[in-house]
Design a protein around this ligand. Structure first.
Ligand SMILES: Cc1cc2nc3c(=O)[nH]c(=O)nc-3n(C[C@H](O)[C@H](O)[C@H](O)COP(=O)(O)OP(=O)(O)OC[C@H]3O[C@@H](n4cnc5c(N)ncnc54)[C@H](O)[C@@H]3O)c2cc1C
Length: 356
């Protein structure tokens, strides 16, 4: 069988990756989308909105995460791979969608080789690897939010089981949130508890002022670590800081009502926002010389090309969505960056360019 060489390989099937794939296939490219959903159970950030409707994603009036992910998949499936002739050349266009968690990318001559595990990952079971070849790559793997260290079980064999109690409340209306811009409107004039430390957590408090002035900062046993100027504002805004370690959740079904602290005290609130930082999904880029910021997010130019440490574009390597440094981590932004990356990847494959 003839080996398939894709025009564009997209890593991730969130809004950024899906838009990149659709835009590239719209330019008659043969596109591969690899997404880790069924392999690692990590289905992208939007998927977390379990009962809270996303209200500002084009063009849905309101949609929960799992339904949104299904609609993205349907959109890609509407562009199956077909053959066509361009002059005398036989070409393919459309989107091939595969389960695959990309573990490594290497460049071999002009081609990228992507190695991906294709079977559900389980402890003590060997992974099944497959290899894919492509002329360009769009990295749209996003990031994972760091989960709060509350009722954490380090002995549980799988990550999501280690955080089972935490996950019970994730993405629910009265559960916990990670994006004040996304979910702040659910708690207008209500008491919001924010979890995090340093000046970083004050960023969340800055966003929260559009919705409420009843705010508590929880540090879960760590010193607050805020700078004097930030602390002055925190005090002026009458934001309470609690540095006691949290012992357990106080909840009812998927509603999170408050916390019991290790000293026996209790705190009740209407909304809980976690802002502990992020983990970029870029392990497969280890060994590549590319620019990233202090959080590990990718620095790209206006064509969404990844840059090497000298600031030069890395030929054939593009990125889009939450994984891009300095952009708003929101759905419509991810779509826009995805379109730019998909079109740039497609344009880079043209034979003829305007003469210099
Ligand atoms: C709880 C919550 C609520 C939110 N609410 C809103 C909202 O109301 N409005 C709004 O605009 N935004 C909201 N957001 C933000 C929004 O979800 C993100 O900005 C958006 O999903 C980013 O899109 P993305 O495609 O860049 O990344 P993601 O959606 O995170 O998608 C990443 C994709 O990459 C895949 N992947 C990761 N690693 C690999 C790998 N190694 N190999 C293959 N595939 C991989 C994942 O499976 C996934 O398909 C919310 C986020 C959260 C967490």
């Amino acid at each position: 069988m003839k080996e398939i060489i894709y025009d564009v390989a997209v890593i991730g099937a969130g809004p950024a990756g899906v838009q990149a794939a659709v835009s590239a296939s719209h330019q008659m490219r043969h596109v591969l989308v690899l997404h880790s959903g069924k392999v690692s159970f990590s289905r992208g950030r939007a998927y977390w909105s379990k009962s809270v409707e996303i209200e500002d994603a084009p063009v849905f009036p309101g949609i929960i995460g799992p339904h949104f992910a299904k609609e993205l998949m349907k959109w890609m499936e509407s562009r199956p791979v077909v053959d066509f002739m361009l002059g005398s050349e036989n070409r393919k266009t459309g989107i091939d969608i595969r389960d695959g968690m990309v573990a490594k990318i290497i460049k071999n001559g002009d081609l990228f080789e992507l190695e991906a595990s294709t079977k559900t990952l389980k402890q003590n079971t060997s992974s099944e690897m497959a290899s894919f070849k492509s002329r360009t790559v769009v990295v749209a793997a996003g990031f994972d939010d760091k989960w709060p260290d509350i009722e954490f079980d380090p002995n549980a064999e799988r990550l999501y089981k280690q955080y089972a109690t935490v996950f019970r409340y994730a993405g629910n209306r009265k559960g916990w949130h990670v994006c004040i811009r996304c979910d702040g409107h659910l708690h207008v004039n209500e008491h919001l508890a924010l979890l995090g430390i340093g000046d970083y957590i004050y960023e969340a408090a800055i966003g929260a002022q559009d919705f409420t002035d009843k705010i508590t900062i929880l540090t879960n046993g760590r010193p607050h670590g805020m700078s004097p100027s930030v602390l002055k504002q925190v005090k002026a805004r009458k934001i309470n800081i609690i540095e006691t370690k949290i012992k357990r959740h106080i909840g009812e079904k998927t509603n999170l009502l408050g916390f019991e602290m290790v000293d026996g005290s209790e705190l009740f609130f209407h909304g809980f926002l976690v802002d502990e930082g992020l983990i970029p999904n870029t392990k497969f880029l280890d060994g590549w010389d590319y620019q990233k910021d202090e959080e590990g997010l990718i620095v790209a130019n206006e064509d969404m090309q990844m840059l090497d440490s000298n600031g030069a574009p890395i030929p054939g390597l593009f990125a889009a969505g939450d994984i891009i440094s300095g952009e708003r981590n929101l759905i419509a932004t991810a779509f826009a960056l995805g379109q730019e990356a998909g079109l740039s990847a497609s344009d880079s494959l043209r034979q003829w360019h305007f003469p210099d």
